[in-house]
Design a protein around this ligand. Sequence first.
Ligand code: CP
Length: 332
Amino acid sequence: MSGHETGGEPTDWESWSQSWKHHHLLGLELHSAEEIQSILDLAELFAQASQEGRNRLTLLRGFTVANLFFENSTRTRNSFSLAAKRLGADTVEFSSAGSSTSKGETFIDTAKTIEAMGVDAVVVRHATPGTPHLLAKHLSCSVLNAGDGPHEHPTQGLLDILTIRQHRGSLKGLTVGLIGDIEHSRTARSNIWGLQKLGAHVIVCGPATLVSRRWKQLGVETSHRLDDILPRCDVLNLLRIQFERQTMRPFPSVHEYGLLYAMTKERLARSKPDVLILAPGPINRGVELTSEVADGHHSVILHQVANGISIRMAVLWLLLGRRVASESFARG
Ligand code: CP
């Protein structure tokens, strides 16, 4: 069904999904600049529809989206679930805790079992890099990567980039600093792929134990001195220290990390006057940033959260929408 009204004009939702070539969303490394811009543009239309009070679209009525989360999540899981519901789809919520994986069922068998319940898309988060790519080989339904270890978190990258685009108009020519635990960050990789494709200059900055020189191979600038790069950055994305992925402590103490890398009001005063502060979350107040910065007027952290829903609506619609016309009779 097309012709949902947006701002008085009918939006031809179907044309968006008809032109989309991919069956899965595995990582931003695999998508062109034009495709990334399309996702952002469609997300803006869904956001506009929500702002106009149309939170209950029926575009994916009869479809089912399963969340398969083998790691904890607040933002990604709930916003994928809300996105599916706002498109009219049903959702299945799977958590490894309390499931039959504790009885020895393999990951692939678990995923195939969920798919056999009539699922059209699987959203997967797992600690092992490449898990969504493996699932895509074993399942017929669409697979969306909700974070695979330290590899990629494509919808996080997209919502970060959308937030920046909304506040700056374009990514072209901007300098974006990714600060903190780059080594273990899937958000860093997805940001790097997406931001560079859209014309931004990326600096990754953190302790040498968390920012090795090999990051230069991805085309980014590296730095170990936040105070040196602050005046050049239009955007600072403050990444969480991922202690759960570290085999050795990368710095003597959180206090010492904070002295060199935490975003404080003193550092804000030495930044560009209109610098944007992003954080993918979960945020650790007093570690990556102080409360004054997290809650201050440069912060767009809650805009990122809100954008997560429209980005996830966009990717679900792009992956599943072209099946609506062909299957509408079967699905009623
Ligand atoms: N940013 C992010 O992935 O947050 P969650 O772990 O809460 O999903």
